[in-house]
Write a protein that binds this ligand. Structure first.
Ligand code: 16G
Length: 255
């Protein structure tokens, strides 16, 4: 902390010097063990600064993305999330994808239950508005870092019992013999709104990938409609492209 105190002697505005010194401490791994910053009072004492100066320094670091406020839990050092390359041609689940990469998948449930479908869900799943769906909205994390917000809907008739859904939706579908075998996915770039930004721990208005997946079981019925928002700095979606088959013209080479 000697360095932090020395920051006071620097000539730039005090909160900026304190912010820069805090950044150096973070980079040196000082707070890495718990990831949580000490409380305001402790930091003020350590740095010998007022709460106002400390708050300004911390607010600037939150704005920069170095620190993150978690409601009711404190201010954390933002760990850089894992970066993942995801082939677009494989129909795998989040849990499987993370396991394959040696990362621990976890979820924070935002909404879970059996509901009547929204008009969009009924249309995308090709079911009547009177048929119930199991809706599961989750923040998906890899090694504790937020990667995506996923809002899935599955017609109840394919699940039987919603209680059977544990950590993995695809594992539950597999267990009921209804694992999707094919899916159509649409990706587009979006700017995240405040609620998703807070969950993903990125700034409001930051770019993200919006993905809609409609998945089918072997007999062609739709089993899943999921809308996801993926952080743009965590995923590279990779697609393999091949030249379409072109019939040769009679007596000559294909154009
Ligand atoms: C993937 C799928 C999502 C599916 C989830 C199941 C994309 C864009 N999305 O994240 O549609 O619901 O896996 O994961 O790939 P789980 O079995 O771990 O719950």
């Amino acid at each position: 902390m000697a360095e932090l105190r020395a920051a006071r002697a620097e000539r730039s505005p005090l909160h900026a010097s304190i912010g820069a010194a805090l950044k150096r401490e973070i980079a040196s791994g000082r707070f890495a063990q718990s990831d949580v910053l000490p409380g305001e009072r402790e930091l003020c004492e350590m740095l010998d600064v007022s709460r106002t100066t400390l708050r300004r320094a911390i607010a600037a670091l939150v704005e920069e993305g170095v620190l993150v406020h978690r409601h009711g839990a404190g201010t954390f050092v933002r760990r850089s999330p894992p970066h993942v390359e995801q082939p677009l041609s494989r129909l795998t689940s989040f849990t499987e994808d993370m396991r394959l990469r040696g990362l621990a998948a976890s979820s924070r449930v935002i909404e879970r239950g059996v509901f009547l479908p929204t008009p969009e869900e009924s249309m995308m799943l090709d079911i009547a508005l009177s048929e119930t769906v199991f809706r599961l909205s989750r923040l998906r994390l890899a090694d504790g870092s937020p990667m995506a917000v996923e809002r899935a809907a599955v017609p109840m008739r394919f699940l039987g019992d919603a209680e059977r859904v544990g950590d993995s939706l695809y594992a539950a579908l597999e267990a009921s013999g209804r694992r999707p075998v094919r899916a159509v996915q649409r990706l587009r770039a979006v700017l995240v709104g405040a609620p998703e930004a807070a969950l993903l721990e990125i700034a409001e208005g930051a770019p993200a990938l919006d993905i809609h997946r409609v998945a089918y079981i072997a007999d062609g019925r739709r089993v899943e409609f999921t809308r996801s928002t993926y952080r743009s700095d965590t995923y590279d979606f990779v697609a393999e492209l091949t030249l379409p088959h072109r019939p040769r013209r009679e007596g000559g080479a294909a154009r």
